[in-house]
Design a protein around this ligand. Structure first.
Ligand SMILES: [Zn+2]
Length: 301
């Protein structure tokens, strides 16, 4: 499983966020569908494997839990639209909210209220409610679950999504693939994505420079788009967290290409950044929650 719920805060945690936690509490995580305990795995650094969550022996999901069903649903969703007149049959994030440390506590309290509501809804269906589908929308704290939803449900990108300061109110409008062959000056703000380049990430005291696989081609040479991540005031663990993910994504895309030259699987970089006015091939990102990588075959709408 890619994500789980922190039983103390009620927040949904992506596996990759475990890289950012120094001492992972193995007992803190439960299934985000049915609250059975689950185990965080592969979170030690340097494993060349993304952290994720695994079911515990003796703690199967509850009969009404939708999480196991989601895997089947995602397989189906790659080929066809799964939204029905009754709605979208899985839970998904419909907005992004970045919360600072200061307002964390209040937000967490209100999250718990949401969770109680979700629990009531779950137990209602357990008792045999006639609702065939219940949509549950939730608020993402990083762009990662949003990017995952975009990739997992390619034919359902008309799902609602709101990210402040970005254009559009559906997944399809908010999220844009960068132009593969030219440097475009974007007049609207989007959550952008492109394949990661294989060049080593440049790192100095103030910034990381990430090279993308798209950009302007001249004489068979690529002048790539670049993402500049400003890390001047970041903690060491935050920098390592971002670097770890980038390096694993580059490694993964090389591995899949080595195994199968014709593979359509790539590592994609997703980000929300500001395009530089002087050098439009550069996008500037300041927050680690606004950047993530996913390795997969990108299906179109
Ligand atoms: Zn479950």
């Amino acid at each position: 499983m890619d994500s789980a719920k922190d039983k103390h805060t009620g927040q949904i945690v992506d596996g990759e966020q475990l890289w950012y936690i120094n001492n992972v509490d193995k007992d803190a995580y439960v299934c985000r569908g049915c609250n059975v305990p689950i185990n965080p795995v592969s979170y030690e650094k340097g494993l060349k494997r993304r952290p994720h969550f695994r079911e515990l022996n003796g703690h199967p999901h509850k009969g009404w839990c939708k999480i196991e069903g989601e895997i089947e649903l995602i397989k189906k969703a790659k080929k066809q639209k799964i939204t029905t007149p009754q709605g979208f049959p899985a839970s998904f994030p419909n907005k992004l909210e970045l919360i600072g440390e200061r307002d964390k506590i209040d937000k967490e309290k209100s999250n718990q209220a949401d969770d109680n509501l979700a629990k009531r809804t779950s137990s209602q269906s357990e008792e045999g409610s006639n609702l065939s589908t219940t949509t549950s929308k939730w608020t993402a704290r990083t762009i990662r679950p949003i990017c995952r939803t975009y990739c997992n449900f390619p034919k359902d990108r008309d799902l609602p999504l709101l990210i402040s300061n970005l254009y559009g109110d559906t997944y399809n409008d908010v999220i844009r693939r960068l132009s593969s062959k030219e440097i475009v000056i974007y007049t609207k703000n989007h959550l952008l994505y492109a394949p990661l380049g294989w060049q080593k990430i440049h790192k100095d005291n103030d910034k990381l420079i990430i090279y993308l696989g798209y950009g302007y081609w001249i004489n068979n040479k690529l002048i790539p788009y670049k993402v500049q991540v400003n890390i001047g005031d970041w903690s060491k663990s935050k920098i390592n967290y971002v670097l770890e993910e980038l390096n694993i994504a580059i490694y993964d895309s090389k591995q899949v290409k080595d195994k199968d030259k014709k593979t359509k699987v790539k590592s994609w970089l997703f980000f929300i950044g500001e395009q530089s006015l002087d050098s439009p091939e550069i996008f500037i990102v300041n927050d680690h929650r606004l950047i993530c990588c996913l390795t997969l075959e990108m299906k179109s709408y």
